[in-house]
Design a protein around this ligand. Structure first.
Ligand code: ZN
Length: 395
């Protein structure tokens, strides 16, 4: 199992300048390589493969001795990145949505590179410092023990000039599926972040205050003169605050997903077509802020180590179907209660949807997992009486 760890890092002044210089070199290399790949395609009609790229980098390095300043594997990660960008481009260019080809941008020249990646080796993790080859021992805040073997390390600079180290580690042992907790379906929404099929509700964090100050900082930028020192400062304040907000959000999602995987053994969620939903401009902002995609990814990823299973289901008609009798009827967004025209059931719109989501997942599982009690929605009934809010949203 792969796990990623993120640490705040504090490189010294000297190390910062080395890092910045190496990032600059990597940017140049990336751009040269892209140019070369384009040229190659123009001349031969063939794509520049990853193998070609790696060979080219080796040659380039011989002609440009300054590249010896960068750890060799960090350099080799550059063609890796570019060939990934290429692959994505070709994959996306083939995709169709609603019968139309997507508009896909070809990999572009980079105006900056803000991270260096050590794909396999070249780093050593100590208690308070991480030794990076060709950079030195960098101080970091070691707030979490790394489980398993560290495989890949990246050091990254944010826009406001903060440094982070992310380490991805691999662990072998897998906890078997089942922690004895009940099964749950969750309906992700905006007013309530998630409605659970047992009646519990999760709230997203409220950041009105933070968002207002972000707005003020934005105004500060537009009021300052272009190119002035004050503007630079204003921009820095703005991005610092924006990063602060995204950390709050991220932290909240981590907590919510952590609590879920530790309270339930089976979690069913909708595979939302977020890209399509974003076309609705009224909803777009709330949707991007609720980061459902990130949330379900976190669920997936935390589930395994908690002995829980998270399953995505087809979202079609989950809100329009009666969770009691299966009748499908129209449910305009303004309708907050599902009143079934056939069997007369009346249930909160989101609660009804969450029950459907769980049903959909467990019905799909009934064959192979029929013996597992924890996959059966019957648990919901026991908990349904204790409706309430288990996560506070205000700060
Ligand atoms: Zn019904």
């Amino acid at each position: 199992m792969k796990k990623t760890y993120k640490f705040r890092a504090y490189p010294s002044k000297e190390q910062k300048s080395v890092l910045n210089r190496q990032m600059l070199l990597c940017r140049e290399l990336y751009n040269h390589l892209l140019e070369k790949a384009k040229e190659h395609f123009r001349d031969t009609g063939k794509t520049f493969t990853k193998y070609d790229m790696i060979k080219w980098v080796t040659k380039f390095k011989k002609e440009h001795p300054e590249y010896n300043e960068v750890y060799s594997q960090v350099l080799q990660n550059v063609p890796d990145r570019l060939s990934k960008a290429y692959k994505n481009f070709f994959r996306r260019a083939k995709e169709k949505r609603n019968g139309k080809r997507l508009k896909v941008g070809f990999p572009r020249f980079r105006s900056f590179v803000s991270s260096l990646t050590y794909p396999q080796s070249g780093f050593k993790i100590e208690k308070k410092r991480i030794e990076l080859s060709k950079i030195g021992k960098v101080n970091f805040v070691n707030h979490r023990e790394i489980e398993g073997k560290a495989k890949t390390l990246s050091i990254k600079k944010t826009k406001s000039g903060e440094w982070y180290i992310t380490i991805s580690a691999e662990k072998e042992d897998i906890v078997p599926f089942t922690n004895g907790n009940p099964a749950i379906g969750i309906d992700l929404g905006i007013a309530n972040y998630a409605t659970l099929s047992d009646g519990n509700i999760l709230h997203n964090i409220k950041i009105t205050k933070e968002r207002n100050s972000l707005k003020r900082l934005q105004q500060g930028i537009s009021r300052s003169k272009k190119g002035s020192q004050n503007r630079k400062k204003a921009v820095l304040r703005f991005s610092r605050h924006a990063e602060h907000i995204s950390r709050i959000r991220e932290d909240c999602l981590h907590k919510l997903s952590y609590t879920l995987v530790n309270s339930y053994s089976f979690i069913a969620y909708e595979e939302l077509k977020v890209a399509n939903m974003m076309k609705n401009h009224h909803l777009a902002k709330s949707i991007s802020e609720s980061s459902w995609g990130n949330f379900t990814q976190l669920l997936q990823y935390k589930a395994e180590s908690a002995g829980c299973v998270a399953v995505g289901v087809n979202p079609q008609n989950t809100s329009k179907t009666c969770s009691e009798c299966g009748n499908v009827q129209d449910m305009p967004l303004s309708e907050r209660t599902f009143n079934c025209e056939i069997c007369g059931m009346s249930k909160d719109r989101d609660l009804n949807a969450s029950v459907n989501i769980l049903k959909r997942a467990t019905e799909g599982h009934s064959g192979s997992n029929a013996s597992g009690d924890n996959v059966r929605p019957s648990h919901m009934k026991a908990d349904a009486a204790e409706r309430g809010t288990i996560f506070g949203g205000s700060r």
